[in-house]
Design a protein around this ligand. Structure first.
Ligand code: BQF
Length: 292
């Protein structure tokens, strides 16, 4: 069993991006600038946004964090988005999810200018992704592709099973893995809460991407020997022995699955850090496209 080290791989990618940024600066070109909008004070969301700001510092990007009160109206949030859309100094921005319940997420994602949409969530960019046209790929699926590529894991002709159909991970992951691309050409099965006899499907899988948000859902008796496991879950569970007061659990029951796996992502330190690195990559791309 080989651990897919997302922490190390993401550090490598950030080093590569930092070199590109130094080159831009040497050439007297503009520094890439990522902005993030954080609505409310959800603890996990704050952690994610802080990780993104820190990554910007690491690669040499400028960053702006726009913090808004949880009680902000949808109209006021849309006005903040428009301000970033028309701010020529900002190359790309994200609206940290999840949003408070009184705000229509789809309306918000559609307000982000597609050429600044470094999360790749705007319908125009989802459409481009689906057609395999150049666009910003959503960071988590892109991070998984990058991890598979760097570990030289063959995907062509393999049976890939994706568990979970979210717009952020499961759905785009299933689309990308089926496409004709370097990491792709797989036979993909997208499974979800209404899937019948999931175990009979996962047992045939060469690669399983688990992204349903249920801690330790996938057990060892659901997979075959040699399977490649990509665990996207990150559920916080109370743990008084930790400084933070919690620890993270994946969607995979690591103890029973890992012994059967050829490759497996740990939680933490697997897919999560790759997500951040790919957001940096998309921001560098956004800057390049503004230059052109
Ligand atoms: C790690 C996210 C659910 C809902 C909204 C590193 C992250 C996570 C884990 C991180 C996530 C998850 C992010 C680790 C960003 C990934 O070491 O294992 C980094 O910051 N993520 C997000 O922005 O919004 C989410 C999960």
């Amino acid at each position: 069993m080989i651990l897919l080290d997302g922490k190390k791989t993401s550090a490598d990618i950030k080093d590569e991006i930092a070199i590109e940024v130094s080159k831009l600066k040497e050439q007297g070109k503009k520094t890439p600038h990522l902005a993030a909008i954080l609505v409310g004070d959800d603890g996990a969301s704050r952690t994610y946004v802080n990780a993104k700001v820190k990554a910007c510092e690491k690669v040499g990007f400028a960053s702006t964090l726009v913090k808004l009160n949880a009680t902000i109206s949808e109209a006021e949030l849309l006005a903040e988005i428009e301000a970033l859309n028309i701010n020529d100094d900002v190359d790309g921005f994200i609206v940290q999810l999840p949003l408070p319940k009184h705000i229509d997420e789809q309306k918000v994602l559609m307000a982000v200018s597609p050429n600044k949409d470094v999360d790749g969530f705007h319908p125009e960019n989802v459409g481009k992704m689906t057609l395999n046209l150049p666009t910003f790929l959503p960071a988590t699926p892109a991070g998984i592709l990058e991890l598979l590529e760097r570990y030289e894991i063959e995907t062509s002709g393999k049976n890939v099973v994706v568990i979970g159909r979210s717009h952020i991970v499961g759905s785009p992951m299933s689309i990308l893995m089926a496409q004709k691309r370097t990491v792709g050409n797989a036979t993909v099965t997208l499974t979800h809460s209404r899937t019948k006899d999931l175990e009979s499907i996962t047992k045939e899988a060469d690669i399983i991407v688990v992204a349903l948000g249920v801690a330790e859902f996938l057990k060892g008796d659901m997979v075959k020997d040699g399977v490649v496991i990509i665990d996207v879950g990150i559920t916080r569970v109370d743990d008084s022995s930790k400084k933070s007061g919690f620890r993270l659990l994946g969607d995979v029951h690591f103890e029973s699955v890992a012994p059967k796996a050829s490759y497996i992502t740990p939680v933490p330190g697997g897919v999560g850090p790759m997500t951040i690195a790919m957001l940096m990559k998309n921001t560098l791309l956004a800057r390049a496209q503004n230059e052109a």
